[in-house]
Design a protein around this ligand. Structure first.
Ligand SMILES: Nc1ncnc2c1ncn2[C@@H]1O[C@H](COP(=O)(O)OP(=O)(O)OP(=O)(O)O)[C@@H](O)[C@H]1O
Ligand SMILES: [Mg+2]
Length: 263
């Protein structure tokens, strides 16, 4: 098979769907160089729920955008099922992302002229005859995210938390194999935050979806199988999660929300 064929036919199926090696991102502003990410290597297993923590400016969003193929690395590469996403043409990459990767942006990036429901449906509307939303998924999502009664509102008449939930709905509506979420609970109250974490956990446990969540909240990070921390653009190490202290299917215990020591 020619490499271009492999590139266009990629779906996310392998056991290690995402691998980053030596990822470095340097921004240039005038004469100043900003190293946002420095030599980050990472392998994410299929069905894994990885969380990423770190101080503001440590490179979390940069890493997420690189994993999604939204930004090009200065050096290093991101392999999805062994295919370097930099080798995909822009149109293939865009279509691939729409079908297989759900991205929740830190700044939501909703379309202001569309209603909440239209924003959620957007990936399927753009598909134009391609993969469409499975019946029932839209309703279920709006129910889970508690935005059904705001479905006809445009973003400017939604609260910050509601906008965030719409952005999450848009990322999940195509039932992507890989979900990359940048501080998806940043504007949510604790009830909605817990509900979202449970939903993401379930997607991993029952459907083997791969989830990466950037968060500042240790209670959110504790829902993951593994947590890595970033400092000044480098991985500084794993951080323990509350995973060991709860059963996957049982109700969460208080220890899940307790602060954990960073090793
Ligand atoms: N487009 C850009 N041009 C120049 N510098 C940038 C750009 N985007 C990010 N940076 C810089 O790269 C560094 C990492 O930014 P990044 O957004 O990845 O941090 P973060 O960990 O997501 O922070 P936060 O928790 O505040 O969202 C920061 O110092 C930031 O100022
Ligand atoms: Mg960020």
């Amino acid at each position: 098979m020619r490499s271009t064929d492999r590139t266009t036919q990629t779906t996310i199926t392998e056991e290690s769907p995402v691998e980053a090696s030596g990822l470095t991102k340097i921004y240039r502003i005038g004469r100043t160089l900003v190293t946002a990410l420095s030599d980050v290597s990472l392998r994410i297993r299929k069905g894994e729920f990885l969380t990423i923590m770190g101080a503001s400016g440590s490179g979390k969003s940069t890493l997420l955008h690189l994993l999604a193929g939204l930004t090009e690395p200065t050096s290093g590469k991101v392999l999805i099922n062994g295919v370097n996403i930099a080798d995909m043409s822009d149109s293939v990459k865009t279509q691939f992302r729409r079908r297989h990767i759900g991205v929740v942006f830190q700044a939501f990036n909703l379309i202001p002229t569309l209603t909440a429901e239209e924003n959620i449906r957007l990936p399927s509307l753009i598909e134009n005859g391609g993969k469409s939303v499975r019946p029932g998924v839209l309703d279920e999502l709006m129910q889970t995210l508690e935005i059904r009664d705001r479905r006809h509102h445009r973003p400017d008449s939604l609260s910050g938390g509601e906008q965030q939930r719409v952005a999450i709905g848009r990322a999940l509506v195509m039932e992507p194999a890989l979900v990359l979420a940048d501080e998806p609970t940043g504007n949510l109250d604790s009830e909605n935050s817990t509900r979202l974490c449970k939903t993401l956990r379930e997607l991993c446990d029952t459907r083997r979806r791969t989830i990466v969540v950037v968060t500042h909240e240790s209670a959110v990070a504790d829902w993951g199988d593994r947590c890595i921390t970033l400092k000044d653009g480098r991985i500084t190490g794993p951080r323990s999660t509350g995973k060991q202290e709860r059963t996957r299917n049982g109700e969460e215990t208080e220890s899940l929300f307790a602060e954990k020591e960073t090793p």
